[in-house]
Design a protein around this ligand. Structure first.
Ligand SMILES: C[S@@+](CC[C@H](N)C(=O)[O-])C[C@H]1O[C@@H](n2cnc3c(N)ncnc32)[C@H](O)[C@@H]1O
Length: 246
């Protein structure tokens, strides 16, 4: 089945009052606030002097505001898609209910909690470093969502870098990740994170990762080098699925 042939999102997920919105990166927020100051100052300047500089200031202020506004519009538009991706991952994970699941760059928990709902005796662990410029939210938002989704007893959150995990080898049955790999860093960082995923996955375990295509090349390559069976769907946005030989 092609993961990009995603099923419609059940309306129930929107009624939980959960908060999975991606956050505006802090650097864009700061730039935007400065933009507002520039716009207000330019407007006052235009009122009290006859010069043209007020108009230039207005344009500069608007340009400074744009990254925050564009991010907000794009992330709002993408929300439905994010629920579809999470449901697609849950479908493909095909969980029995006793698995140990790891979510890399878990953010506010959307993907981990979708998986955790299928667990009976298993556990879902999310790791994140909560980079304020990566839009992933906060531990507080993670736990609020965990309670709203009814999975707080089945999940854990660890402040841990994907490039250097403290888990023992072969700890997890399933590793998932959504929209996080492009934030992990450059090619070398993404390769390190990929090697860590291979290390902590049990024999026969599955990897299901979705992100912008360019950010998943290293993961695909590292899994192939490690003898995984690998499938990849999509180019601009890709789903990479791997299975470690048993
Ligand atoms: C765009 S958010 C995606 C969050 C969530 N997976 C989702 O789909 O909503 C990316 C997350 O990756 C996290 N992240 C970035 N680099 C990381 C690293 N080296 N290790 C762990 N998490 C990282 C960021 O802090 C952020 O919370």
């Amino acid at each position: 089945m092609n993961i990009l042939n995603l099923r419609p999102v059940a309306h129930a997920v929107h009624n939980l009052n959960n908060d999975y919105d991606m956050r505006i990166p802090q650097k864009f927020l700061h730039l935007g606030l400065l933009g507002i100051v520039v716009i207000v100052a330019s407007a006052i300047w235009t009122m009290i002097t006859p010069s043209n500089y007020g108009g230039i200031g207005l344009i500069v202020g608007i340009v400074m505001l744009l990254p925050a506004v564009i991010t907000r519009v794009v992330t709002n538009t993408a929300n439905n898609r994010r629920f579809q991706v999470r449901d697609g991952i849950v479908d493909h994970a095909n969980l029995r209910g006793d698995e140990q699941i790891l979510d890399i760059g878990v953010g506010s928990g959307i993907t981990l909690f979708g998986c955790a709902k299928q667990l009976k005796t298993g556990k879902g662990i999310g790791i994140d470093i909560y980079n304020p410029n990566a839009g992933g939210g906060t531990p507080d938002i993670f736990w609020k969502n965990a309670h709203k989704e009814g999975v707080a007893d089945r999940v854990e959150l660890k402040n841990m870098d994907a490039r250097k995990m403290s888990f023992a080898d072969e700890s997890f049955d399933v590793v998932v990740s959504t929209f996080a790999f492009h934030h992990v860093g450059n090619e070398e960082s993404r390769r390190k994170a990929s090697q860590e995923i291979v290390r902590v996955l049990k024999p026969g375990g599955k990897v299901l990762v979705y992100d912008v295509g360019f950010a998943l090349n290293e993961l695909e390559q590292v899994m192939r080098e490690s003898g995984f069976s690998v499938q990849r769907h999509g180019e601009r946005f890709s789903m990479v699925m791997g299975e470690k030989s048993a």
